[in-house]
Design a binder for this molecule. Structure first.
Ligand code: TRP
Ligand code: ZN
Length: 872
């Protein structure tokens, strides 16, 4: 166990920077092991800050330092593992430094590193300090001019902003100089150098300017960037229409790299993407990949305003850019792909990741107040709950005041680094509402539980709704305040028709009840008949709703709720109750038949979209069910869920076969929402059939796999075969590998599907795959395809009663932490909910966390995760 406890960084300790850098000239001489970086910085003391200059710098070999042209002697500065300190500096001066770095051996993938022979950077959150000495914090905004020099084999030399000069040098070398006119924090700096192909296009903006758009990819891959380019153009136009935001430089570039810790990065004018979120064609990418590409391209592009032009004062404000940008990309995806379907997918993701986080020891507020490593706070809470909070804000103040508030935010804070308080202040001003109370959503962790009781009085024709809220304690926050919770409510009669009612003298079909107190009672009038209550429509707040509604009301909703989110939700609630009853040893066979019949009716509803039906057909996931069962018993949940799937499969067989035949793709592949929806429904039908491993279903899946004309169907077939197991699955796996072994992104899928296999032998297979020649733990995509897929999406095998699944994960964490702490720390997540599981399992999970914590030389990233998981 380590003895030196790292000190947390606290929001309350924020102080403005002591020194600012107005202008920066950086010059890179690019060599794999000995890159030289010269920095010439116009530095100035900020206000009346006294004291020495202290700039961040890690893994840098300092060659020289000079102030105003005078080289500093050894006595005039100090360098340690983290800082360069210069005791005496004037109030304004030029600082010149030269350092040497080793990109080729940088396997942490932050700072300057190499991927596939190309140089690239990742500086958010604190990677710039591995490139040069700098006050590495987001509130120091500087204008950058960057000179790149290297051999001509590095054919592209790219950085932020505009290319202002380029030319040849003796000895087969060349250079390029880039200038970014917009002041930015160093985390938005980027450079890329290497051999790349380019796909080029252009867009005319709302004010009539022509912007050049360039996507750079591995040689030969340019055709696979076409969809990303299309998504980029749609994003740019959408941001003009929805938010009045126009792009500001004459050039926008995206580069795809294969080795990347996260999805993508919004560096000003030069976004860098994980190639898995950029490259697509029908043969190698699934519809889900296309959908992700569209939303991530939009997300990174939208950061140009929410993140780059307006950035964060400090990293506690991370949700200021991430929550807001997720909110914006979700709005874009909803417009592209349908509001209800998009909302359901977003809520599924929120529940699976954020609700789980809130129930574990790493629960934290949307704006945390302390951290050890900020890298650990790129979480579902910051991103997804951060978006939900903004969505509620809009519901509370209305769309017009929301848009006015956004305009005010852009006007007031353009070119600055700011805080969440200032963001919310813009909406308070725009709406004239006091949002002090609302701010608690940013400061309080945990998922509120909202209880709803309904009482209908036929004589008085009134419906009384009693609402109450309670947020369970989270680590470090024992006492919770009530939050303002918008609950959107509508009524249905027993035939499923919308039922009008009166509230505050107005006749309406839907209303927003804002619960601000621990409890409240609301009476709706002129309710003509006994209603089914459709509450929390559109998932109007990120809470768990507990109602006393009877199953019959849920069936009314499942059949007819005009709010499609709640129509889907009703089905999920029914299914969840049936599975949990089975898991508790009390199967409700009558209920299951009733559910199967109702589902069959919904599936044959001609008016409903295929994409929606596909979602309706999917049962709640095992992790989702585990959250509802305390203590969680993954094996019981798995068995119960499989049993319900089997019943549905048998009951719905004719309908499923009809869907499978009727939805066959005819004509050319189109990745659009309509085509994707049809394929989703057809593959969902196949998956449900595969719950019953009868030989004709094996034949069907095998035929589907062999006939697949695109990756969506190939994976659909392989997935169905995997569910059923056996010789045909093994043959398909082998054929798939043979066909795709030259395509890394497809081989990731090959690893991932095996990791999700719930059969008994899967853990052994997964462990064996770590020695497969195609397994590369240094590539985060490949690592996640195998290890994270197993730990997150195969609960039945990860939670093996022997503890072998946990041990496997812990071994991987320890191995990866040696070279890539950021990625290793993310692998810890599946272990941190240990207290929620059956005591036998929880103890084994805890033992692995303890084993990790006791290891020598653990990174701060992993140390923070495991120690909080053990304390919490
Ligand atoms: N800011 C990136 C986003 O758009 C996230 C990100 C990319 C990131 N790479 C990172 C965060 C490395 C931390 C470290 O969401
Ligand atoms: Zn982002």
């Amino acid at each position: 166990m380590r003895t030196d406890t790292p000190q947390p960084i606290r929001l309350s300790d924020y102080r403005p920077p002591a020194f600012l850098i107005d202008e920066a000239h950086l010059a890179f001489d690019l060599k794999p092991n000995t890159t030289r970086v010269k920095a010439k910085l116009a530095v100035r003391r900020n206000g009346d800050h006294a004291g020495p200059l202290r700039f961040n710098g890690e893994r840098l070999k300092l060659i020289s330092a000079a102030i105003d042209g005078r080289r500093l002697g050894d006595q005039e500065f100090a360098v340690d593992d983290e800082f360069l300190t210069i005791a005496n500096v004037p109030d304004a001066f030029t600082l010149e430094t030269e350092v040497e770095i080793d990109p080729e051996n940088n396997k942490a993938l932050e700072g300057l590193y190499m991927s596939g022979g190309r140089f690239c950077t990742q500086c958010e959150a604190e990677g710039f300090r591995k490139i040069t000495y700098w006050p590495d914090r987001p509130d120091v905004l500087s204008r950058f001019t960057v000179r790149l020099e290297g051999p001509k084999s590095l054919s592209r030399l790219l950085s932020n902003g505009n290319l202002i000069e380029a030319g040849e040098l003796p000895g087969g070398r060349h250079y390029a100089v880039w200038n970014d006119p917009f002041p930015k924090p160093c985390y938005l700096f980027a450079l890329v150098a290497g051999e790349l192909d380019m796909l080029e296009d252009q867009l005319v903006t709302m004010s009539g300017r022509t912007v050049a758009l360039r996507i750079y990819v591995d040689p030969g891959m340019a055709p696979r960037a076409a969809y990303a380019m299309d998504a980029l153009k749609r994003s740019m136009t959408w941001d003009e229409e929805a938010y009045g935001r126009e792009y500001d430089l004459d050039l926008f570039m995206i580069v795809a790299v294969r080795d990347f810790n996260f999805g993508a990065m919004e560096n000003k004018g030069l976004n860098i993407f994980n190639s898995s979120l950029l490259l697509a064609d029908p043969a190698t990418a699934t519809d889900a990949d296309y959908e992700r590409i569209e939303s991530v391209v939009a997300h990174e592009y939208f950061h140009n305003w929410t993140g780059d032009r307006i950035t964060c004062r400090d990293w506690f404000q991370l949700c200021l850019k991430e929550g807001l940008t997720v909110y914006r990309d979700q709005g874009f995806s909803a417009d592209m792909r349908g509001h209800a379907v998009q909302r359901i997918k977003d809520v599924k993701a929120l529940r699976a990741r954020q609700f789980a986080e809130d129930q574990g020891p790493l629960a934290h507020p949307v704006r945390p107040s302390s951290y050890l490593k900020i890298d650990n706070f790129y979480t579902a809470t910051i991103y997804e709950k951060g978006s939900e909070v903004i969505r509620m804000l809009r519901t509370l103040i209305g769309p017009d005041a929301f848009r006015t508030g956004m305009d005010l935010y852009f006007d007031r804070w353009d070119g600055h680094a700011t805080t969440v308080e200032e963001f919310v202040r813009c909406f308070a001003e725009a709406s004239g509402q006091d949002l002090t109370h609302f701010f608690a959503w940013y400061e309080q962790a945990g998922t509120p539980r909202v209880a709803l009781k309904q009482a209908y009085d036929a004589k008085a024709q009134t419906l009384t709704l009693e609402l109450s809220q309670r947020t369970p304690p989270t680590p470090g926050q024992g006492q919770k305040r009530p939050l303002p919770i918008p609950v959107v409510v509508g009524l249905l009669d027993q035939d499923g028709r919308p039922l009008a009612f009166e509230r505050d003298g107005e006749t309406i079909e839907e209303t927003v009840i804002v619960l601000t107190q621990p409890s409240a009672t609301v009476t709706l009038h002129k309710v003509a008949r006994e209603p089914a209550v459709s509450a929390l429509r559109g998932f109007s707040a990120p809470v768990v709703l507990e109602t006393d509604a009877e199953a019959k009301d849920r069936y009314i909703q499942l059949a007819a709720d005009p709010d499609l989110f709640n129509r889907w939700e009703a089905g999920q609630t029914l299914a969840r109750e049936l599975i949990l009853a089975r898991a508790a040893g009390q199967p409700d066979e009558v209920g299951e038949e009733r559910y199967a019949t109702a589902l069959g009716r919904s599936l044959s509803d001609q008016a409903a979209e295929p994409a929606f039906k596909a979602l309706l057909m999917a049962l709640p996931s095992e992790p989702d069910l585990a959250l509802a069962l305390q203590p969680a018993d993954p094996a019981a949940i798995h068995e119960a869920r499989e049993a319900l799937l089997m019943r549905l499969s048998v009951h719905l067989e004719p309908e499923l076969r009809r869907l499978h035949t009727g939805l066959q793709d005819i004509g050319e592949f189109s990745p659009d929402a309509a085509g994707a929806g049809r394929r989703a429904l057809r593959n969902a039908a196949l998956e449900l059939l595969a719950a019953n491993p009868r030989s004709d279903n094996v034949d069907m899946a095998s035929g589907h796999f062999e006939a697949a004309a695109n990756m969506t169907d190939a994976m659909g077939g392989l997935n169905a075969l995997m569910q059923m197991g056996g010789e045909r699955y093994e043959q398909a796996l082998a054929a798939f590998y043979e066909r795709w072994k030259g395509e890394p992104l497809v081989i990731d899928k090959w690893f991932s599907i095996q990791a999700r296999d719930p059969s008994e032998t899967a853990l052994g297979r997964v462990m064996g795959l770590t020695t497969h020649p195609a397994f590369e733990s240094k590539n985060p995509n490949r690592l996640r395809a195998l290890v994270s897929s197993f730990a997150n999406f195969n609960p039945a095998r990860f939670h093996d009663p022997s503890g072998a699944g946990y041990r496997f994960l812990a071994d991987q964490i320890l191995a990866v932490d040696r070279f890539n702490p950021m990625t290793a720390a993310r692998l810890v997540d599946p272990l941190d909910g240990w207290r929620r599981y059956k005591p036998e399992l929880g103890a084994l999970m805890k033992a692995e966390l303890e084993r990790i914590a006791a290891a020598e030389d653990l990174s701060k990233n992993v140390l923070e995760k495991v120690s909080r998981a053990l304390e919490g």
